[in-house]
Design a binder for this molecule. Structure first.
Ligand code: GLN
Length: 212
């Protein structure tokens, strides 16, 4: 039986847990989903979801609870899969366009990430996106962006493949979903807030957990 952990230090972890549990149930996947706050819980997992929230806070909690190094080792293992959403994308990136001295990242995703790329909280939005190029038949997914980061620059184009782009405020196309190798997925947006639409989580479970 496979185990998916959702990092539960801070942020929107409960929504991910609920969506993953529903996706597993509806597809009869033999998968357990657990919140992860300790090394012991992390060691039960085959896969880790790092939720949205506030990336500096998440990184500081990990550092102050002596959990950072365990997370580092876990996410860098090619035997494990990892999905970072929003703050989770920031937390696993290699480089930040607007670095601050408090946030230490896990340097997993070979990309430069720009935080708050669409502006402040008030500029949050939901956009219906056609993901059918990577999620079969998913032509109309409601993707919610909340102070969302974007991938500004791919640092290793051999391993990091963009999955989806949207125009930013300057009408330039920016990357909001990407995959690195076969085991790392990142999204700028929050599929766990797509009320009742579990298609993204179903795809993640199939591709990055069950068939991985
Ligand atoms: N802007 C937040 C950060 O820097 C991320 C926002 C989110 O996860 N919704 O961490």
């Amino acid at each position: 039986k496979k185990c998916v952990g959702v990092l539960a230090l801070q942020g929107a972890f409960q929504e991910h847990i609920d969506f993953l549990e529903r996706a597993a149930l509806e597809n009869c996947y033999n998968v357990t989903v657990i919140p992860v706050r300790t090394k012991k819980e992390l060691h039960l997992c085959d896969s880790l979801v790092i939720p949205g929230g506030e990336s500096t806070t998440m990184s500081l909690i990990a550092q102050r609870t002596n959990f950072f190094d365990d997370l580092y080792t876990f996410v860098h293992s090619s035997q494990k899969s990892v999905w970072g959403t929003c703050a989770g994308l920031i937390f696993i990136s290699d480089e930040l366009e607007n670095q601050n001295e408090l946030i230490k990242t896990l340097h997993l995703l070979h990309a430069r990430v720009k935080r708050n790329a669409f502006g402040r909280q008030a500029q949050s939005f939901t956009k219906v996106c056609d993901f059918s190029e990577f999620i079969p038949e998913c032509t109309d997914f409601p993707a919610t962006f909340i102070r969302a980061p974007v991938i500004d620059k791919i640092l290793d184009s051999e391993t990091v493949k963009p999955l989806y782009t949207i125009p930013n405020n300057d009408e330039e196309d920016v990357i909001v979903a990407a995959q690195q190798g076969s085991n790392v997925l990142v999204t700028s947006f929050h599929p766990e807030l797509a009320d009742d639409d579990i298609r993204f989580h179903e795809w993640f479970l199939k591709k990055f957990v069950v068939d991985f």
